[in-house]
Each structure stands twice: as C-alpha cells, then as structure tokens.
Ligand binder design. Structure first.
Ligand code: PYC
Length: 403
C-alpha cells in the first residue's frame, strides 16, 4: 500500500499469477467496478484482464451521460441505484469523478413521441425517480440556446425533464475504480488478451492469455464489443449483434448549455463539457460491424440535426470524431448473471449504448452475485434465460436515440 503512494502510481503492476479465485475479462468500468466491489467484500485474489490499456473500449468512447429515466420498472430501479452510486462516487473512491448533475431533457417533436414520454414520466415517478413532461415555455427557460420556435422542420413540442441526469468525466471513473481495486489487492493486467477459456465437466477451469495460463473456477465476461467472441470460447452463442456508435466533439465554446439535450426524433444528443466543448452523438450505425472508423455521412447528418436544435452553433468547428462498438440485445436491456449448465461463468454484457451509466450498479451487484452465489433481485430480470422464457425487458423506447 505504502509503495503505491510512494511511487505515485494509480495502480500496481504485478506479474500474472498462475491461479486466481476470480478472473474478470474486460478492463473497462464494468470489470474494474466489479473488481473494486469484490475487494470491498474481501475477495481480493482477483485478476482483471484487458487486451489493451484500461478504459480503451466503450468506457473511453462513450458520451458520459448518466440518467435513470428508463421505460420499465426493472430498468428504472436498476439505473436509479447507479445514479445514487455515482452521486457518492467521488467520496467513495477519494477521487473526483466530476459528476455534473445538471439535468437531462429528452425532446419530443411529434404527438407519438409525447405519448412515449408521458409513459416514461409515470413509470419513473411510480419508481420514485424525478421525471416529468414539460412544455415549450419551460424548456426555453431551461435551455435558452435551444430553438423552440416553429422554424425547424420538426419543432420542439415537449420534453421529459429528468433533473438527476447529467454528465461525468468517464476516464476519471475508470481510473478511480482501478485505483480502488488495486489498493484492495486486485491485480490489473492491461495488454493481456484472452485467447481461450477451459471448461471441464460443465464448469470453468481456467483462462488462456497472451501472457500465460491461469487456473480459476470463476470467469466474468465484462467485455463490450467483443462479448460474443469471449462467449464463443465456452461454446455460448449470445443473442447479440454488434454495431458501431459514433460521436464528435467541437472546439471549446463559452458556456451556453448546462443541460443534456436528447432528441430521439432527430437522432441526436448534445452536452457541453466543463472545458466548453460540445459532445455530440447519434444512434448506432444501422449495420453490424466491429469497425472503429468514423464516417463523413454520420458527421454530416448529425451536424445537420444538431443545427436544427442549436442554429447558434453554425460556425463552430469540429475538433475530432471517434467510434466505438456496442453490443445490442433484442430488448435493449443488458444480460447479467450466471449461465445455466456452465458453473463459474458469469455474464455482464449486452450493454448497447447505455453501459457506462450502469458501471457502478452492475459492478456492485455482479460482485455480490460472485461473492455470495445468490443473484440479487435487482439484476434477476436481466438473466440470459429471459430470452427463452419470454420475459423481455423492453427498453428500446428509452435507449437514448436508438429507435
Ligand atoms: O442511453 O443516455 C443514453 C445514451 C447517450 C448516448 C448514448 N446512449
């Protein structure tokens, strides 16, 4: 511990042991949060394996929006716990994750979109989450820069106002969890790719990596983008398709926007960071691909839709553009829990475009499951068996702009 402080390093670099109690595949927010909460429970002979640098996947490529205004009671309760954990995370980790709880508005530009927002507002309120439908005057007062006139092709009519929503510094969350996990005794192994998983008699026995073999009886697949590849290593086919998701950021501007703005009709979301840059994203690309390439058609279409909302941005320059990949399930909800018939293999996958906001709650609850062997009530609805049992948790209508 002392050495960690003396060297000033955020986490230790230890050699790869040949045996761990738990191996977590994926060094993003989900894997690191699970490792952290396992450490808090005294389970510390744990390895986090990441094929690149930590946070290189979806954790470093998202637009850092935090919210719990989902559509189903299961989804709302789950993400609400995450928002509450995020609220206390800087204090918990002793590391400032810069959570700006500035409020989140989902705009409606059609009558059917308003109906969708009304349903969400009711479900949210019944679950104790602050959310309400507001109209043009209030929207304009909250977001003066937004064009609330009749000029645009699809004028803004209403919005779902979710005051607890906001944005966060995603790298800080990853680093904070990594530091906390390392301090508890967990080993974090970047640049360690998993090449195979050994199974004998219906149970996990080990993991093969580019740096050597590990014996273990518990493996957690906490990857994003490559969760199907890892699942195939144990002969499991996941109901997931993988799509690119793109975003871009503008040059820094004077502060003009202190709310997160989402329009599912226009397929765009916009927020302004503390540095002044606008972070702007859209829905997933319509084709399946593992490509991380940015495209001009995305930039043109998303810039066009952004200007419908914020004509004041018309002379602003784009600084950079990037892409990540998202694992989409049929119901736009994640898959969490064990796998029937395969002892010791756990899933924390299928996070679509909403994984970052769930990092703390899924980490905490997956750690509980792994440490106790009992599935927490909060994550039981998201088990893989829901697809064969017809218990889908339909969240497509609340998954940012992905519908
Ligand atoms: O679900 O809030 C969301 C979201 C924002 C960007 C992508 N997904």
């Amino acid at each position: 511990m002392w050495q960690l402080f003396r060297t000033g390093k955020m986490w230790h670099r230890n050699g790869l042991r040949d045996r761990y109690d738990v191996v977590i595949i994926g060094g993003g927010v989900h894997g690191l949060a699970t490792a952290y909460y396992l450490g808090q429970r005294g389970v510390t002979n744990v390895a986090v394996l990441e094929k690149s640098y930590i946070g290189a996947g979806a954790s470093g490529r998202n637009t850092a929006i935090i919210r719990s205004n989902y559509r189903t009671p299961e989804g709302v309760a789950f993400y609400d716990e995450s928002v509450k954990l995020y609220e206390g995370l800087s204090a918990e980790l002793g590391y400032n994750v810069l959570f700006s709880q500035q409020g989140h508005l989902t705009l409606a530009h059609t009558d059917s979109a308003i109906n969708g927002l009304r349903v969400r507002a009711e479900v949210n309120q019944l679950c104790g989450v602050q959310s309400r439908v507001i109209w043009r005057d209030e929207i304009q007062a909250l977001v003066p820069a937004l064009d609330c006139s009749d000029r645009p092709r699809y004028p803004v009519l209403a919005a779902l106002y979710h005051a607890p929503g906001g944005i966060i510094r995603h790298d800080a969350v990853v680093w904070g969890y990594a530091r906390g996990a390392s301090r508890a005794g967990v080993d974090i192994h970047p640049f360690t790719e998993v090449t195979g998983i050994d199974v004998a008699n219906g149970a996990v026995t080990g993991v093969r990596t580019t740096r050597g073999e590990i014996k273990t009886s518990i493996v957690l697949n906490a990857t994003a983008g490559f969760c199907s590849t890892i699942a195939k290593m144990v002969g499991l086919r996941l109901p997931i398709t993988t799509h690119p998701l793109q975003a871009f950021v503008t040059e820094p501007l004077e502060a003009f926007l202190d709310k997160v703005i989402v329009s599912s009709n226009l397929h765009v979301y916009v927020s302004q960071t503390d540095r002044g840059e606008c972070v702007i994203g859209s829905e997933i690309d319509p084709y399946t691909s593992y490509s991380h390439r940015s495209t001009l058609p995305f930039l043109e279409a998303t810039a066009h839709h952004t200007l419908e909302l914020f004509p004041c941005l018309k002379h602003v320059r784009v600084l950079r553009q990037w892409a990540g990949i998202c694992d989409m399930t049929p119901d736009y909800s994640p898959i969490m829990g064990g796998v029937p018939g395969l002892a010791g293999f756990y899933l924390d996958v299928g996070w679509g475009t909403y994984g970052f906001k769930a990092g703390p709650v899924s980490g905490r609850r997956m750690a509980e499951l792994i440490a106790t062997g009992r599935t927490p009530e909060l994550i039981e609805p998201f088990s893989i068996t829901r697809f064969s049992e017809g218990r889908l948790v339909g969240e497509k209508a609340a998954a940012a702009v992905s519908h």
